[in-house]
Write a protein that binds this ligand. Structure first.
Ligand code: F6P
Length: 544
């Protein structure tokens, strides 16, 4: 048994859980008409409503006691002051420095001047490309940018670029290639003209197999379709922490945008990894994105725990995951522009907190990160909401929506939001037996069919949801929303006593793939693996 699950705050929550579990959410609303006022928070334009969670005042106090017991505020200060809290890699975790305005010290040096310098380099470069001053080898302005990167060097930039699409330039298209599957690169390149295409090779380590392979293939395509060796310098830039590997690839250090080992891959969209975002929406909008995140950072550091959005979002997650056994968490944005937000949060949450070992190396005996998944509403309603309403799994869900549409056509936005409100209400209330019976009677369904139909039409309800409503999906609000989730993930890691900034779990597959690749090149049959892997490899060899 770990010390966490035997600790006073944990045991108190465990004792309190059955009391909350036996009350239906609709009963809680009946008992207390002030639930919304008590269990919602407003920060700038962002409203966080957790009233449809199985909580009362006592629950919140117990969750806050757990946060205090785990010394959350101390961990927050340690992160913000640049301590090396990524203990397995001996690094600070300072994505907050990428948007800070005050000094942030790493190893005795203020990193902010360097951060600002790179931001200025990004501004000069992206402005020059966007206004056509910087041209390709045939003196034509660039029309397309291809970002080649994967994981944190892809998901954040893709998500933000999609989310801010309406802020994009009509003269410059930004594409993303991440997968080692040649289909993605080929399908992207076949629409492009090398003379007007700029490649960004984005990789923190500059050793990632997918990115380096795609980068080499892009370079071959460029040279095979009219570009010359000397033009590589004009058409290829790199974003990395690894200058020597960038130079080895053939990109001049002058065309490199730097970042630092204290920026984790999945926390890097605020750094030069955000260059494709700046290309797509312009540097002013990128600065607004940073400003939104900075405001959330300040709120996180200064607001009392009970009024602190990332803290409360994190603690509600702990309540669901550890005390109500919710092993999956749905992210349901009612905003088509946020269609890549669930995929982005999958890496942020699951790569950060999908761990089974504490900071000190002990095996954990409680649940950590849930499986994160989701799709935009209303599409999801016509696909998987059946399971949310009437399935057997406990799923917790975050619903997100803007009050204002960027496309106020007809009645679309009201219809969208009507569905948002209806779904969270339906999940909470459900429809009980007597309500279904009355409905069927009023529809004049004959008695025999009524009884047969009745159980199928019951909605148990009592499904927990959290709603996040914001005024408009502009760059600043988006920055705040992303930072909200970054800090929520951090809060949960502190409660669980794990290091959210390493990712050793991705290594084994990489190692084995290296060995298998050399075996796939050989003509003889594979026989050094288990029977299944040998069989699969040999079937591939026969049929490739
Ligand atoms: O999948 C593991 C990982 O290291 C991620 O954490 C990271 O975001 C991604 O690979 C890409 O890494 P890099 O930016 O070094 O190419």
């Amino acid at each position: 048994m770990s010390t966490l699950t035997q600790s006073p705050a944990w045991l108190a929550l465990q004792a309190h859980q059955p009391i909350m579990a036996q009350q239906h959410l609709r009963e809680l609303f009946k008992q207390d008409s002030h639930r919304f006022n008590k269990f919602s928070l407003l920060f700038n334009d962002i409203l966080l409503d957790y009233a449809k969670q199985p909580v009362n005042e006592k629950t919140i106090n117990l969750l806050l006691a757990l946060a205090r017991q785990q010394r959350l505020e101390n961990s927050m200060s340690r992160m913000f002051s640049g301590e090396k809290i990524n203990n397995t890699e001996h690094r600070a975790a300072l994505h907050i420095a990428l948007r800070a305005e005050h000094a942030v010290i790493v190893d005795g040096v203020d990193v902010i001047p360097e951060v600002k310098q790179v931001l200025q380099q990004m501004a000069r470069f992206s402005d020059a490309v966007r206004n056509g001053e910087k041209k390709g080898y045939s003196e034509k302005a660039f029309t397309d940018v291809v970002n080649i990167g994967i994981g944190g060097s892809d998901l954040g930039p893709v998500m933000v670029t999609e989310a801010l699409k309406s802020y994009g330039s009509p003269h410059l298209s930004v594409h993303f290639v991440s997968n080692i599957d040649g289909a993605q690169l080929s399908e992207t390149l076949k629409q492009l003209d090398p003379a007007t295409t700029l490649f960004i090779i984005a990789s923190k380590t500059f050793t990632t197999q997918e990115t380096i392979t795609n980068a080499h293939s892009a370079r071959h395509w460029f040279l095979a379709h009219g570009g010359k060796e000397k033009d590589i310098a004009i058409h290829f830039v790199a974003v990395s922490t690894n200058q020597s590997a960038v130079e080895k690839f053939g990109i001049d250090a002058e065309n490199m945008f730097q970042f630092w080992d204290w920026v984790g891959g999945r926390y890097s969209l605020w750094s030069a990894i955000g260059l494709p975002i700046a290309m797509a929406v312009g540097m002013d909008n990128f600065y607004s994105l940073l400003a939104g995140a900075r405001e959330m950072d300040q709120h996180f550091m200064t607001a009392p725990l009970e009024k602190n959005l990332p803290v409360m979002l994190g603690l509600i997650g702990i309540w669901q995951i550890n005390f109500f056994s919710a092993t999956t968490h749905a992210i349901l944005p009612y905003d088509q522009y946020l269609h890549r937000f669930p995929a982005y949060l999958q890496q942020l949450e699951m790569e950060s907190n999908g761990k089974r070992i504490t900071r000190d190396g002990e095996v954990i005996d409680y649940s950590t990160s849930p499986v994160v998944w989701g799709e935009p509403g209303t599409n999801g309603q016509h696909a998987f909401y059946q399971l949310l309403h009437q399935g057997t799994q406990t799923v917790s869900a975050d619903f997100l929506a803007p009050c204002q549409s960027q496309h106020p056509i007809g009645n679309h936005h009201r219809l969208l939001l009507a569905n948002f409100f209806a779904q969270t209400e339906a999940m909470m209330r459900g429809k009980n037996q007597s309500e279904v019976r009355n409905e069927l009677i009023s529809q004049k369904i004959p008695e025999a069919s009524l009884e047969a139909l009745l159980p199928h039409k019951i909605f148990p309800g009592n499904h927990p949801t959290t709603s996040i409503l914001f005024k408009k999906l502009d760059p600043k609000t988006l920055g705040s929303l992303i930072a909200l989730y970054e800090h929520k993930v951090f809060v949960q890691s502190v409660i669980w006593d794990i290091n959210p900034f390493d990712q050793w779990g991705v290594e084994l597959g990489k190692q084995l793939a290296g060995k298998i690749l050399s075996e796939l090149d050989q003509t003889e049959s594979a026989n050094s693996h288990d029977a299944s892997t040998n069989g699969l490899m040999n079937y591939f060899k026969e049929n490739q």
